[in-house]
Each structure stands twice: as C-alpha cells, then as structure tokens.
Ligand binder design. Structure first.
Ligand SMILES: Cc1cc2nc3c(=O)[nH]c(=O)nc-3n(C[C@H](O)[C@H](O)[C@H](O)COP(=O)(O)OP(=O)(O)OC[C@H]3O[C@@H](n4cnc5c(N)ncnc54)[C@H](O)[C@@H]3O)c2cc1C
Length: 384
C-alpha cells in the first residue's frame, strides 16, 4: 500500500516548522499540520524576540546551539534577511553556575569571559552588583527575531515542496498493517512516520505519557527607564541578553532589549502559574510574577523604573520532569512515532537543531548532533 507522505509533522510552532523544513530538505515528502491559523498566539512560539546563547550549565546543549546557528546563518544568506542580533549574553549568578558554564564553554572551545560582579556595572551601566555575584559574557549571545525565524522556516519549507495545512486539527492517529494514519477534522492521511511537535498539547495528545509534563503560564513583563533620556540603554545596541540567578533565593530571571516594544525591555521571572485543565491561562496571575522581577530591578538596575511593568504579555512553557527537552521516540509507542517537545523556557534557540535531529531520525540516519541526552528513555520505565 502506498502512503500519502513520508512524514506528517503535527504542530507548526517553532519545533514543528524547523522539523518539517529539515524533513523536506533531506528528501522526505512532508505535510505540516496546524490546528490554528498560522501566526496565532495560543502556544509558546509567538512574539518578536527570544534569547540565543552558547552558555548553558549542561554541556549537551552546546552542539545543538551550534547547529542552530549554522542553519540560521544559511537561512540569512539565502533569504538576504537578518534573523538575529548579536548583543552578547550577560549571565550573572550568586551560585556556582558561572563556573559550570565556563567549564562547558572551555571544553567546547567557545569564546567567553568570566568577570566579577563589580565589573558588570563597568561594562553595562544598567546593572550594579557586588562581588557576591559572578558574571560571564558569551559574545555570541543575542536576540532571536522569533517571528522572522518562524516565517523563514515555513516559507523555505514551502519553497522546497513542503505542504502546510493550517486550521486543521489532528484528532487521532492509528496504525494499520505497518502504516500510520492521521485523522483530522478535514481528512485522513497515511504516513510512514508521524512527528508530534505539539507544545503543551502533548498532555492532551499523548495522554499515555506517564511522566509528568507541566505546562506553565508565564507573565512576560516589560519595563522602562526612570528617565526618558536613558531609554537608549535598553535598546539592542546597548543592552545585552541577560540571565540572572539569585541562587540563595532560588529565583531566576531573564531579560532582553526593547525589541518587542521600543522603550520597554523584557525582564521576567523564569516561572509562573499552572495552566487550567483545558490548557488555558489562569484567570488571575500570582503576584510574585510581577513582584520578583520588580524587586530585582529596584535592587540591581538603578536606571530602570521597577515600580510597575509597562505591559504584561502571556506565553506558555512546557516543562519535562527535569526541564530538559524530549527528542525522539517514546518507549511505549510505535518507533515510527517521534516527539519533539518540552521546550521549557529555552527551546526556541535550539529548535533548528532539534528539527534536524528529528528529520535525520525519521530518515533512519545517524543524527549530526548527539541528542541522546534528550531521549525520553531517561525517565524510569516504571514511570512511563
Ligand atoms: C515567555 C517565554 C520566553 C521564552 N524565552 C525563550 C528564550 O529566550 N530563548 C529560547 O530559546 N526559548 C525561549 N522560550 C521557549 C520557546 O519559546 C519554546 O520552547 C518554543 O516556542 C516551543 O515551541 P513548540 O513548537 O514546542 O510549541 P508551540 O509553539 O506551542 O507549538 C505547538 C503547536 O502545535 C499545535 N498543535 C497542538 N495540537 C495540535 C493538533 N491536535 N493538531 C494540529 N496542531 C496542533 C499548536 O496549535 C501549536 O501551534 C520562551 C518561552 C516563553 C513562553
């Protein structure tokens, strides 16, 4: 029996868009299905900006980031379009994270610099830390133009023959004599492989995943300077992308220049509130999502007005039990079904690398980057 497609990719967020592009690119006839209209804001991939960086506390991320940079350089070249801005990353911590990252980057031969807390303010006048803080500068860190990445991967996918159907919801999948079938509200497709890149909907879609996946509503807060005359300090030419960890309080933040809304930089608490059973944002956010970044800004960012955010947007994190991604097969599932998910708050930058790895797996090839660290097998079989 012939099949309609080599691969059906379910979900056209950044994971699915990068996966579909890479599948088609290596010669697999690919269909990408999305339940909403492209450009929707109901998942995790909307908005204008995300952070990219080599700096990670786990060394296994570094090559995936490198693969993503290479794909982006290539897309920039063929499209003649800027897809990111190199601002440098500033990572500050009161714990030993800087030491861990330094070890990882040194091992991988990635250029970086370790500085004392008091040195940070000399480089970046937006901040003031004492020497209980450590800093690391990753010069390749920068702002991802998120909406442009999404558009570029979908557009290039279509140019090389890929097919996207949006407003088509996948209702179920089944297996009949070695063929997989995907049933939607509009049609039924046969395929050799199915790749689920469904973000937080993974909890609805693969309910038999027994490990705990946590979708979280994130309040994305924006802040302006106290004085209008300092507002340039928040733009991409002056403000780095930032990760700040108050390890003693177990509070983590991240920050980006004013790419989304001119004059207001993004500064957010790296956690939030549980989504409802229907995967909707809760009616009320907890006050700590605003109070924690406000406190940090008031204490460590003298030029920024920490009294109240200028606006608050919403987005969804999907976290696995250990906060690392899931890439590949699921132990209890048909091996022709693959999953790319649990992007947590950090998956955008590596989505091209994840997409390529999934495409290579679907084609039965060895992956360019070793992604075994992200295999779902790491969760104990008794929990699956
Ligand atoms: C506030 C915030 C800040 C972040 N900051 C960063 C950052 O600085 N750097 C970074 O690298 N990452 C960051 N991330 C993480 C990154 O954005 C996510 O990891 C990434 O967007 C996840 O993409 P996804 O494709 O897995 O999910 P989604 O974007 O949610 O895509 C899943 C898609 O599947 C579709 N779908 C679901 N079910 C079905 C169905 N049955 N049929 C058809 N389609 C279906 C959905 O409609 C959706 O479009 C951040 C995330 C948030 C929320």
């Amino acid at each position: 029996m012939s099949t309609d497609y080599d691969v059906v990719v379910v979900g056209a967020g950044i994971f699915g868009s990068c996966t579909a592009y890479n599948c088609q690119k290596i010669g697999l006839k690919t269909l990408l299905l999305e339940q909403f209209e492209l450009g929707h804001k109901n998942g995790s991939s909307h908005g204008k900006s995300r952070i990219t960086r080599y700096a990670h506390t786990e060394v296994e991320y570094v090559d995936l980031v490198g693969d993503a940079y290479n794909q982006i350089f290539e897309l920039e070249r063929i499209r003649g379009e800027k897809l990111w801005k190199k601002t440098g990353l500033l990572w500050v911590s009161t714990g030993n994270e800087v030491e861990k990252i330094h070890t990882n980057l040194k091992l991988k031969g990635i250029k970086h610099e370790v500085i004392k807390g008091t040195e940070v303010g000399k480089r970046y006048p937006q901040f003031k830390f004492d020497d209980s803080w450590n800093g690391l500068i990753d010069p390749m860190g920068g702002v991802i133009y998120a909406d442009k990445w999404l558009n570029a991967f979908r557009d290039e996918f279509k140019k090389i023959g890929g097919i996207i159907h949006d407003r088509e919801i996948v209702l179920s999948h089944s297996e009949i004599s070695n063929n997989l079938f995907v049933t939607t509200n509009k049609s039924r497709y046969s395929s050799k492989k199915i790749i689920f890149t469904v973000g937080c909907w993974i909890t609805k879609f693969l309910p038999d995943l027994k490990f705990n996946i946590e979708p979280i509503s994130i309040s994305v807060c924006y802040w302006k300077t106290k004085n209008e005359s300092d507002s340039h300090l928040l733009n991409e030419d002056h403000y780095p992308v930032v990760i700040a960890q108050e390890m003693d309080l177990q509070v983590f933040h991240y920050s980006l220049p004013d790419t989304d809304y001119p004059g207001s930089m993004k500064f957010c608490y790296h956690f939030g509130d549980a989504l409802t059973q229907d995967l909707a944002h809760p009616a009320q956010r907890s006050q700590r999502c605003i109070d924690l970044p406000a406190k940090f800004i008031q204490k460590y960012m003298p030029v920024v007005d920490g009294s109240a955010p200028t606006r608050i947007d919403k987005c969804i994190y999907t976290n696995s039990p250990d906060d690392h991604y899931i890439i590949g097969t699921i132990p209890t599932k048909n091996p022709n079904i693959l999953v790319g998910g649990c992007g947590s708050g950090s998956g955008f930058k590596v989505a091209p690398g994840i997409g390529k790895a999934l495409a290579e797996m679907a084609a039965g090839k060895k992956t360019t980057v070793d992604v075994s660290f992200f295999s779902a097998n790491r969760f104990k079989p008794s929990k699956i």
